[in-house]
Design a protein around this ligand. Structure first.
Ligand SMILES: C[S@@+](CC[C@H](N)C(=O)[O-])C[C@H]1O[C@@H](n2cnc3c(N)ncnc32)[C@H](O)[C@@H]1O
Length: 239
């Protein structure tokens, strides 16, 4: 832990991006990630943001949302439940470039849910019908700074009304917490390896300011916020 620097983003590769997992191994990884998301209150910032998103569009029509790097699809299932409780019609799409993610997410999603999953690299995606909103969670820390600048531009070009990024805060506290909690809870060895590395690859507010500036997205039209316990989020509503 003492050898890890938090001054800048770590560039070490995560097993999730490099290891040739079988479908069963990848599904088990994603299921554990879903448990970690639940324990660390990861859905809260996105569901909170949804209230504002709903106010931006006409509530009487169907709200379309794309989740980039959707993994096991748990964020979209949370949004579906949230919308059901409020009587809001939603059309939800998850995109992930790993075909194992689509299969795992489909298995975990009840038949009849208004959620579909696709396999594609986000940078190759040019949706014919733009989505009202585009979101992502635990996705951007997988990208290099250059790719993040490109992703921010992609988000701004493809989201009709706005977008929301939910990712980790690069800080020694979440790093130590996740490292020791993963050991204590005997999480899958790959998740145990990747979890603290994800924190070290993640962001501070200064990183987001720098990346937004490079993407030529005015800081005055975005909001960077910290969410208890470990998340940093970036919000943009297009006026
Ligand atoms: C850490 S997982 C996050 C999964 C889920 N969003 C969550 O919060 O648990 C990151 C996901 O992004 C996907 N991914 C990485 N690069 C991608 C790209 N360029 N296009 C689409 N998906 C990508 C990976 O396959 C992986 O499933």
């Amino acid at each position: 832990m003492s050898t890890v620097s938090f001054a800048r983003r770590n560039t070490g590769p995560e097993l999730m991006d490099t290891h040739p997992f079988s479908f069963e191994e990848f599904r088990s990884y994603l299921r554990e990630l879903e448990r970690v998301n639940r324990w660390t209150l990861a859905y809260r910032p996105t569901l909170h943001w949804l209230k504002r998103a709903l106010a931006v569009i006409n509530k009487r029509r169907c709200l379309s949302i794309l989740d980039v790097g959707s993994g096991n699809g748990d964020m979209l299932r949370q949004i579906w439940k949230w919308a059901q409780r409020r009587g809001v019609d939603v059309e939800l799409t998850g995109v992930d470039f790993n075909p194992r993610a689509k299969k795992a997410a489909e298995e975990a999603t009840p038949t009849g849910a208004p959620i579909r999953f696709e396999t594609a690299n986000v940078f190759d995606l040019a949706p014919a019908n733009p989505f009202d909103f585009i979101i992502c969670s635990l996705f951007t820390h997988h990208l290099t700074d250059e790719q993040n600048v490109r992703f921010l531009r992609w988000l701004d070009d493809h989201a009709l009304h706005g977008w929301f990024i939910n990712d980790l805060h690069r800080h020694p506290l979440p790093y130590a917490f996740i490292k020791y909690a993963a050991r204590f809870l005997r999480l899958n060895p790959s998740v145990r390896y990747d979890a603290p590395l994800s924190v070290a690859r993640a962001f501070t507010a200064a990183d987001w300011q720098r990346l937004l500036k490079k993407a030529e997205i005015p800081l005055t039209q975005t909001r960077i916020s910290r969410w208890f316990p470990f998340r940093y989020c970036v919000t943009r509503f297009k006026s």
